[in-house]
Design a protein around this ligand. Structure first.
Ligand SMILES: Nc1ncnc2c1ncn2[C@@H]1O[C@H](COP(=O)(O)OP(=O)(O)OP(=O)(O)O)[C@@H](O)[C@H]1O
Length: 226
């Protein structure tokens, strides 16, 4: 696996509120990540998605820099709600669409789509509407779509929130076994514990950055304090 370092240097993000005020949703944050699997935890509204969006380039810092070494990776973003990211209405077409960035031959793509769906035990759904799938199945198709584009970095924002216990466990296992770096935000502390490093956010600030047990213990204290 290629090594990748993600560096945030004094990154701040301010947004305009509907009342015309400026609000700081990420306070100056500096962090350097080179572990393969990093989890981000924190209360609702603490800044987890903001961090992922900044890393993915979906948001621009108000000040500070986000940089990558040796170079900026192509990234795939997995959202909590897969319906938001499925592009095509039919399962096979959605994966085919993602494969267009890596595979030009139509027949070759079809074979790859079938191979991917077989690995997900969804081969019989190739011609189904994505809307007929269960949340778990849809999330698996969304992941397959993201991975089909062969991203060099995967960012996942609460990817198992909609899934039942079995599907969440299976989906988490798949994510953790990826061969590219993974940064994920989650409220599932068992899932967070499977990372190599955990970042804890609180009110738009990075307040802890440690190995999972210590970081999660800190987050529990913080969350249950009041
Ligand atoms: N475009 C925006 N405009 C205004 N406020 C925003 C915008 N994006 C995020 N925020 C605010 O920034 C704060 C942090 O949001 P963020 O989505 O990063 O939180 P989070 O930790 O991912 O929360 P959750 O666990 O609820 O998903 C929240 O208070 C949110 O309302």
């Amino acid at each position: 696996m290629k090594s990748l370092r993600i560096s945030l240097s004094n990154v701040c993000l301010d947004v305009d509120t509907p009342t015309g005020e400026r609000r700081r949703i990420l306070h100056p944050t500096s962090v350097s990540i080179s572990e393969r699997v990093v989890a981000v935890v924190g209360a609702n509204g603490s800044g987890k998605s903001t961090l992922l969006r900044l890393i993915a380039g979906l948001a621009e810092p108000t000040s500070g820099t986000v940089s990558f070494s040796p170079e900026a990776p192509t990234s795939g973003f997995i959202f909590a709600n897969p319906t938001a990211q499925l592009i095509m209405p039919v399962v096979g077409e959605d994966i085919d669409f993602s494969l267009r960035t890596t595979t030009s031959g139509r027949r070759e793509r079809r074979a790859r789509v079938m191979q991917i769906l077989e690995s997900l035990e969804l081969a019989d759904r190739v011609d189904s509407s994505v809307y007929e799938l269960s949340s778990g199945e849809r999330q698996k198709v969304a992941l397959a779509g993201v991975l089909a584009a062969e991203p060099e970095l995967v960012l996942a924002d609460e990817p198992t929130t909609l899934l039942d216990l079995r599907n969440a466990a299976e989906f988490q296992r798949r994510l953790l076994q990826l061969e590219v770096p993974l940064v994920y935000a989650t409220h599932d502390l068992e899932f967070a514990a499977a990372a190599q490093r955990v970042l804890v956010f609180d009110h738009g600030r990075l307040v802890e950055d440690d190995e999972p047990a210590a970081a999660i213990a800190r987050y529990r204290r913080l969350a249950l304090r009041s």
